[in-house]
Design a protein around this ligand. Sequence first.
Ligand code: 2PG
Length: 247
Amino acid sequence: MTHTLVLLRHGESEWNAKNLFTGWVDVPLNEKGRGEAVRGGELIRESGLLPDVVHTSLLRRAINTAAISLDVADRHWIPVRRSWRLNERHYGALQGKNKKQTLEEYGEEQFMLWRRSFDVPPPPIEPGSEWSQDGDPRYADLGDEMPRTECLKDVIERFLPYWESAIVPDLRAGLVTLVAAHGNSLRALVKHLDGISDEDIAGLNIPTGMPLVYELDDDLEPTVPGGRYLDPDAAAAAAAAVANQGR
Ligand SMILES: O=C(O)[C@@H](CO)OP(=O)(O)O
């Protein structure tokens, strides 16, 4: 028996379009992003892989992408679970900063260390500063777990408990499981599923609004490494555009 997992990065947000580091800032989808979510829903519907349950982050770009896509696929009624553990990577003091300006100010090496290294987090965000999430009621229960910055390694550490306790049980119950999340929380998941090395994960970029399907065996190993995008050509072009952000 295989288990079906469908991953969906949110559609383009207002800050993706402005080329700003976003992280935990709760930015809305823009017009293009809503269109990508519609297209994602059409691809899901056409594939016949209709989700039985959906997991999202606590951020509206993922929540609304899931809602739009599922509405198009006529699956708007399925159970939903949300967790901060699926949030985008916290981008620390870079949140709200322009990627191109950051690249020009700090140079290629530092920029790429912050964006794609496995274990180098950006500087922590200043408590109470403009783009900090202090006092946000949705994170009131986090206490000491509330991040001030994160590298991909940190994202994997906070994501895995949710994977094990919430997503794996749905997969094992035979439910087609949709995870609507973010570029870096999905990179954490794909790294885990495909066993990608700490070095090689730097080269992996997830495009917005493109459903990526994994069929998993009983050990929850992908039957096809890397999974399968429902629209592979569009996904490859969009992933290259993510890789080139800042330039
Ligand atoms: O800004 C962010 O939060 C992420 C995703 O948009 O950006 P990056 O791809 O640079 O990690």
